[in-house]
Design a protein around this ligand. Structure first.
Ligand code: SF4
Length: 349
């Protein structure tokens, strides 16, 4: 039963026997879980309809996992978490990729997630894949033709089931071979959320996040910073993590400055152990991080002058402390002007 030990990823024989007694089908699905309402609905709907479902969350640098963990915990879902950051970032470098309005390659991203889930089928003893996609809900990735393309690109097209819309879609192997009863599938389509909200109520789903705001690749400022990192070939995991915090400045081909916007960002940036930190001497202020090779004297001076600009109450001239791997040195600095800030800041605002 859902939530029982038989949902463990390694199934002992006695669990398999129990499953065949308790479930409608002996065939199990891996469900792609994002934390959003549609993926919650699919898991709960399939479980309620008597199917074995293993919810999997794919970790990337662009989706805050907290959102998914909260909504899984609130809805009693046991999540399997897999880190696909490396594969996702490799995919982002592919020149064939089709981006959405910002740096969101939704079709390729869905396809990659289906591929990674498909590659886990044998490991989990599962047979097919389900997701919360709804026909016509998103202009880029959830048109019928785009959903077909996702299936094709993933290499698992014939094992995909989209339970919220499957009655409107081509039958795939799990339906044709009666692993899944088509009568259990739904026919939701379009951008409206009325039917999903009614279903959520029926299934007792609570605490689901708002539809927008999950993926950083749909944020224009984040996308600008990511594009800059890609152009400068600096998409290592530390730089990707740093993209989530602070104000970012491109100072040279190899050097970036990041300045925390509040106490919580300062703390998170410090915890990343990013290498070279900048702080003001004797006065309170933000934390700065110098990322990349910043030893050119002009670039170094520029970094400190920009850093000093973000100490509005400080005099025009001041002193900073730069710490690299435990070694600290004091440097003079002079407040940069607004033109310099605008020239180097990676932001539309
Ligand atoms: S919104 Fe982000 S996570 Fe979702 S499919 Fe698009 S790129 Fe992937």
């Amino acid at each position: 039963m859902p939530g029982s030990k038989c949902l463990d990823r390694y199934l002992p024989a006695k669990c398999l026997v129990q499953m065949m007694m308790n479930y409608k089908s002996q065939y199990a699905a891996i469900a792609l879980f994002s934390g959003g309402l549609d993926s919650l609905l699919v898991i709960k709907w399939m479980q309620k309809s008597g199917y074995i479902v293993y919810p999997v969350y794919f970790l990337t640098p662009y989706m805050p996992i907290e959102r998914a963990l909260e909504s899984a915990a609130a809805n009693n879902i046991d999540l399997i978490v897999r880190d696909i950051s490396k594969e996702h970032m490799e995919m982002m470098q592919d020149p064939q990729i089709v981006f959405g309005k910002h740096m969101n390659p939704c079709i390729d991203c869905h396809a990659l997630m289906f591929k990674m889930a498909g590659d886990m089928l044998e490991e989990l003893g599962a047979h097919y894949l389900v997701s919360g996609e709804v026909v016509g809900q998103r202009p880029m990735s959830q048109r019928k033709d785009a959903m077909n393309r996702v299936g094709k690109l993933s290499g698992y097209r014939d094992l995909l089931v989209r339970p919220l819309s499957q009655k409107l879609l081509r039958d795939t192997k799990p339906i044709l071979e009666n692993w899944v009863d088509k009568a259990d599938m739904l026919d939701i389509s379009g951008r409206g959320r009325y039917r999903q909200l009614a279903l959520a109520q029926e299934l007792g789903i609570k605490n689901f996040p708002a539809p927008a705001g999950g993926c950083l690749l749909t944020d224009r400022n984040y996308s600008l910073r990511l594009k800059d990192l890609m152009q400068h070939k600096q998409t290592d995991l530390l730089n990707m993590e740093l993209l989530k915090y602070g104000r970012h400045f491109r100072l040279s081909h190899s050097c970036k400055l990041i300045i925390g916007r509040d106490e919580s960002e300062n703390r998170k940036m410090e915890d990343l152990h990013a290498g070279t930190y900048v702080k003001a001497l004797d006065i309170a202020g933000p934390l700065g991080i110098l990322s990349g090779k910043c030893d050119d004297p002009d670039v170094h001076k520029l970094a400190l002058d920009i850093f000093w600009y973000y100490h509005p109450k400080a005099p025009a001239e001041g002193k900073t402390v730069i710490t690299t791997d435990g070694d600290s040195a004091e440097h003079n600095c002079f407040k940069a002007d607004l033109e310099t800030i605008k020239k180097h800041r990676l932001s539309f605002d």
